[in-house]
Design a protein around this ligand. Structure first.
Ligand code: ADP
Ligand code: MG
Length: 236
């Protein structure tokens, strides 16, 4: 049954290129798994915001996306949904290890993303972890190496990559940078470059921030391949 649903979703995703994002009046109109739709509904998310509509039509089809929308416009769900759908459609299992890395500049933002992921992803069977420091590195070791999804801050995830022999990141299928302009700023440059080196190029990359990251050098650095630019300025 699951296989059938996934095939169905694949077919419906092909039609996403022909629809006008502004005509998507509910999440249920999008080709999303039953599990994700239930997570959204139970969290009271029924109508996608503008940045969600405009980015989902591309991110769900596997495109790299560089999206900009002001604080409060709903960027978190705009990347949580494609992350869950990608893993689900690839039938990712606990045995497949780390499949998605979400990087955000601060611990507070990482916590907030983790809470949304837990709520909206509750019907899925993926394991998720928060890697933000504060705890002994060794304490995190085993747990982190068995997660399918990690929400992390740059310094701490790099520490795992370099010091934790259990940690494997070469199967990561999707990299998400939240507050991407901050992640790609001078302050994190060395750290982020080291992280990018650890990841395979065969992945989808999603960048979200309040202002549009258009510096081509930064986009190449982050591994974006012919990204789609989505930018939303007015709320709806
Ligand atoms: P941003 O990252 O763009 O600053 P957030 O993802 O933090 O925005 O979302 C801002 C607020 O909007 C949160 O309280 C979130 O629960 C709410 N929100 C996001 N998407 C929706 C939606 N589709 N329907 C209703 N509320 C939403
Ligand atoms: Mg945000």
């Amino acid at each position: 049954r699951e296989k059938e649903e996934i095939n169905n979703l694949k077919n419906k995703k092909k039609e996403l290129g022909e629809i006008n994002p502004d005509e998507i009046q509910s999440f249920a109109k999008l080709p999303l798994s039953k599990r994700t739709l239930k997570g959204l509904k139970d969290s009271n998310y029924l109508v996608p915001t503008k940045i969600q509509r405009h980015s989902l039509v591309f991110s769900l089809r596997g495109f790299d996306v560089v999206a900009a929308a002001k604080t409060g416009f709903g960027k978190t769900l705009a990347f949580i949904i494609p992350l869950l759908e990608m893993l689900y459609c690839k039938r990712w299992s606990p045995m497949d290890g780390l499949g998605v890395l979400v990087i955000t500049p601060t611990r507070e933002l990482a916590y907030q993303i983790f809470e949304v992921l837990k709520k909206v992803g509750k019907e899925h069977d993926f394991s998720a972890g928060l890697v933000i420091g504060g705890k002994d590195l060794k304490f995190e070791w085993n747990r982190v190496s068995s997660c399918n999804i990690l929400i992390c801050t740059p310094g701490r995830i790099l520490q795992h990559m370099t010091e934790n022999p259990e940690f494997v990141a070469d199967n990561v299928q999707m990299l998400i940078l939240d507050e991407a302009d901050q992640c790609l700023s001078m302050g994190f440059a060395d750290t982020m470059n080291c992280i990018f080196e650890e990841l395979s190029c065969e992945r989808q990359t999603l960048l979200f921030s309040a202002t549009q990251t258009r510096d081509v050098k930064d986009l190449i650095r982050a591994g974006c391949k012919n990204p789609v630019f989505c930018s939303v300025h007015e709320h709806s």
